[in-house]
Design a protein around this ligand. Structure first.
Ligand code: SF4
Length: 310
């Protein structure tokens, strides 16, 4: 282990992740213009030969002044080959990837004494690993770091999160009941039945037609059981680990916990048929990764809470 300024903590399943590249059915190398960080751009500007010419040809400055790779007409990254492999890796090595490509699908949350890092469910391989993990998704150290102390707010935050995780890891009862218990204990605002969210979810930005069809057929579900129960636990813990910590900035602790509950109930309802990991991937790309949809949902949770609606 290499010493760093701050220790990095990851969930137990993190070391299993490898990008499946050409076998990926929902590659992250299509559908969005990939940001090129300043260091990579500087490097790409000095590369000779056909790959250097192409790197320079496909970089452009967007409306916000950020550098990105333009997409091809079919919406794919210009360096993604027909066989699903990346030309930059093949011709220049993995180290030549720009930061965003090297980093995806990882997410990070920063605290005074640690960085927490995990695998985002919008990646199909990450979703497969996370949703099929059997162990409790506790955090383990990936790198050492210097001893730092937590602020008072952070200590209160971790104490709150530990209470939430203890409820979610109470494996003696179905996960659906554990979600109810979070609300009963006042750790999450109440969000009610999933069917009551249909109209709101339909009003959000949607990317895929099959998502619209899935929302149209949403129904309330009974208790979760068996393997699915375990997958839902992994999803709920993931949503908490990823989305609770911004509460240190915005103060929306119970609302963010309610977001995790809502997303888990939604995943339960969506996955009544089919592969739960694929549903989790779709849910993340449609909602969880959206900078517009998540704040909108938090706003609804907050206004319901203020109105005492549920
Ligand atoms: S979505 Fe995940 S598995 Fe697929 S290409 Fe991207 S990082 Fe690799």
């Amino acid at each position: 282990m290499k010493g760093t300024a701050m220790r990095t903590m990851v969930p137990v399943y993190y070391p299993s992740f490898r990008c499946i590249a050409s076998s990926c059915r929902h590659t992250c190398c299509a559908g969005w213009e990939i940001g090129v960080d300043a260091l990579s751009r500087e490097r790409y500007l000095g590369i000779s030969g056909p790959i250097g010419d192409d790197l320079r040809k496909w970089m452009r400055e967007d409306e916000e002044g950020e550098w990105v790779f333009r997409l091809r007409e079919d919406g794919r990254c210009p360096f993604l080959r027909e066989d699903g492999l990346c030309r930059i890796i093949l011709e220049m090595g993995e180290d030549a990837l720009c930061l965003i490509c090297a980093d995806h699908p990882r997410w990070r949350n920063f605290f005074s004494d640690r960085v927490e890092m995990g695998l985002g469910l919008a990646c199909e391989e990450a979703a497969r690993i996370v949703l099929h993990e059997k162990r409790k998704a506790v955090m383990i150290p990936l790198t050492d770091g210097e001893e730092e102390s937590l602020s008072g707010d952070e200590e209160a935050f971790f104490a709150f999160r530990d209470r939430v995780l203890a409820v979610l890891w109470d494996r003696g009862i179905p996960l659906t009941r554990r979600l109810d218990n979070l609300e009963e204990a006042g750790l999450a605002c109440r969000t009610g039945n999933i069917s009551g969210w249909k109209e709101r979810l339909m009003s959000l930005e949607r990317l895929d037609e099959s998502w619209t069809a899935a929302l149209e057929s949403l129904e309330d579900m009974g208790e979760s059981t068996g393997e699915k129960d375990l997958s839902l636990e992994q999803a709920a813990v993931y949503y908490v680990m990823r989305h609770l910590s911004p509460a240190l900035e915005d103060g929306l602790t119970r609302e963010r916990c309610a977001l995790a509950v809502l997303l888990t109930r939604l995943l339960h309802a969506l996955s009544r048929d089919g592969d739960i990991a694929e549903w989790a991937r779709m849910l993340s790309s449609e909602i969880e990764y959206s900078d517009e949809n998540v704040p909108e949902i938090l706003e609804w949770i907050l206004s319901d809470e203020e109105a005492g609606a549920l």
